[in-house]
Design a protein around this ligand. Structure first.
Ligand code: C2O
Ligand code: CU
Ligand code: CU
Length: 510
């Protein structure tokens, strides 16, 4: 994993030791599917289904032998209820804030947007990967406190994909998401339906969130030694929860399954594999289906990324197979002994992914990813293109235009960079001379350009910008004009200035 400089931390209370817990005693929970509560008039006076998902405090058992854990989340479960949407069918969601007034995780009031005097339990919801009007996108400063609500509209004018919803409140986003504020948002369409992929009980979401848990099972969020500036540059936990459980098991039949995997962790990257050496057949990534399945032995997932995979258990009747992250086990699949009929297929080809042409790009933006350390050589802040959040907007793509964004990562970390509103394709990565860039402002490439991995060659909304390298993406800005954001999806970075506004503007007359 990427190196990261370490800040001096205040001593932590005793932590839970997952190795001392009985593994695989809890079945994997499947989040409930949200149901509409009525209808609402949309902008063009059409009735659309209305959902209401309250944001609230609740307690949930993460393991049979651990006392219930306090969470803040959606609809009383972590992950929250899954929203099942159809491509082209608009819905509205009301997101009332029923949180208690005091936050239970440590706020750093020095961070932009987290100044003293604001409601501690403020929130605003963003659907990650959704093409929505700016007013419904969850602008980080458009948060609201307890007792208030916001109703957002989701047109779903996009292809089938595994999206997810989560908090986006400025300056405390990392704390709200650590507290449990995340859920799935699935868009389906008839093209995908026609592929005859495993579905229903054979399509299973796996939402990965790691947490630091205290011995009493409560979420711990570390603080720096300086209690006036408690922000820490990363968060990795001792316990990886899958759909809210620690070390769960899933009974499966000897047939094909489709798993929708989401990395909803604050900072942790996963390197997933199956203990029997079987490859995962990846059929989709962030923004939907790949052009063809890709067999992956190790699935890398950065915060914010999703993978859609098919696993065929039919040759493993009676087996117990582990899902592992490197060498640590995450969960167990128990394959039934009986033979079953399985009429679903793993198609040879999926959805064609038309490559965007570099020659169609009207603008190329070179954007640095920077880490600025303090006098003690501790990471103090991360910036995008050397700029803070509050500086004037510098990226103004025209609606309908295609651009290339080249991320020049001068740091030692991989930063998963996410753009709201759009989907994009990865062009390539190339090693750069960081010293020349930082000290002489000169861009010198030190390698050939590497194409994306086959499982990154579909539509993406989050890209791993690797250290000491250029990562180029090509984006067509479609949908809406207005203000959106782009940011690093390591939430500790995002909350400390590694987020910038951008604005899609009306196309200039030519
Ligand atoms: Cu996952 Cu700005 O979002
Ligand atoms: Cu997003
Ligand atoms: Cu980052």
């Amino acid at each position: 994993m990427a190196h990261m400089a370490h800040l001096k931390l205040a001593p932590a209370p005793p932590q839970l030791d997952p190795a001392k817990l009985a593994p695989f005693v809890d079945p994997l929970p499947i989040p409930a599917v949200a149901k509409p509560v009525g209808t609402r008039l949309n902008a063009v006076h059409k009735q659309v289904p209305l959902y209401r998902i309250p944001i609230q405090e609740f307690f949930s058992k993460i393991h049979r032998d651990v006392p219930a854990t306090r969470f803040w989340g959606y609809g009383g479960s972590v992950p929250g209820p899954t929203i099942e949407a159809r491509s082209g069918v608009e819905i509205a969601v009301d997101w009332p804030n029923h949180l208690p007034a005091k936050h239970f995780l440590p706020i750093d009031h020095n961070l932009m947007g987290a100044e003293k005097g604001r409601p501690e339990s403020r929130t605003v919801v963003h659907v990650h990967g959704a093409k929505v009007p700016p007013a419904s996108d969850g602008w980080p400063e458009a948060w609201y406190g307890p007792g208030k609500s916001a109703t957002f509209s989701y047109p779903n004018e996009q292809e089938a994909a595994q999206l997810w919803y989560h908090d986006h409140a400025m300056g405390i986003n990392r704390l709200n998401m650590c507290a449990g504020m995340a859920g799935l948002y699935t868009i389906r369409d008839s093209f995908e339906d026609a592929l005859n992929l495993p579905q229903g009980d054979h399509e299973i979401p796996l939402v990965l969130m790691d947490r630091m848990l205290r011995a009493d099972g409560q979420i711990y969020y570390p603080v720096a030694q300086n209690s006036e500036a408690p922000w820490v540059p990363e968060y990795t936990g001792n316990a990886v929860l899958i759909n809210g459980k620690l070390l769960p098991y899933l009974d499966v039949q000897a047939r094909k399954y489709r798993f929708r995997i989401l990395n909803a962790s604050n900072s942790r990257f996963y390197f997933l594999s199956l203990s029997n050496g079987q490859a995962l057949q990846q059929i989709g990534s962030d923004q939907g289906l790949l052009s063809a399945p890709v067999a992956v032995n190790r699935l890398d997932l950065a915060p914010g990324e999703r993978a859609d995979v098919v696993v065929d258990f039919s040759d493993h009747r009676g087996a117990k197979i582990l899902l592992a992250n490197f060498t640590s086990m995450l969960m167990q699949f128990r394959v039934a002994g009986e033979k079953v009929d399985d009429s679903t297929v793993l198609p040879q080809t999926l959805r064609p992914v038309t490559r965007l042409k570099e020659s169609d790009a009207v603008v190329t933006r070179q954007l640095t990813l920077d880490e600025i350390d303090n006098l003690l050589d501790e990471p103090a802040i991360h910036l995008l293109d050397g700029k803070h959040w509050h500086e004037p907007i510098s990226e103004r793509p025209e609606l309908g235009s295609t651009e290339i964004w080249e991320f020049l990562n001068t740091t030692d970390d991989t930063h998963p960079i996410h753009l709201h509103l759009v989907r994009f394709q990865i062009l390539d990565r190339r090693v750069i001379d960081v010293t020349a860039l930082v000290y002489d402002k000169k861009l010198v490439y030190k390698s050939e350009a590497f194409p994306p991995e086959p499982n990154e060659a579909g539509w993406k909304d989050t890209v791993r910008a690797t250290p000491g390298a250029s990562t180029r993406i090509i984006v067509k800005f479609e949908g809406y004009t207005g203000r959106y954001v782009w940011h690093c999806h390591i939430l500790e970075h995002e909350d400390n200035e590694m987020m910038r506004p951008y604005e899609v503007v009306v196309q200039a007359k030519r």
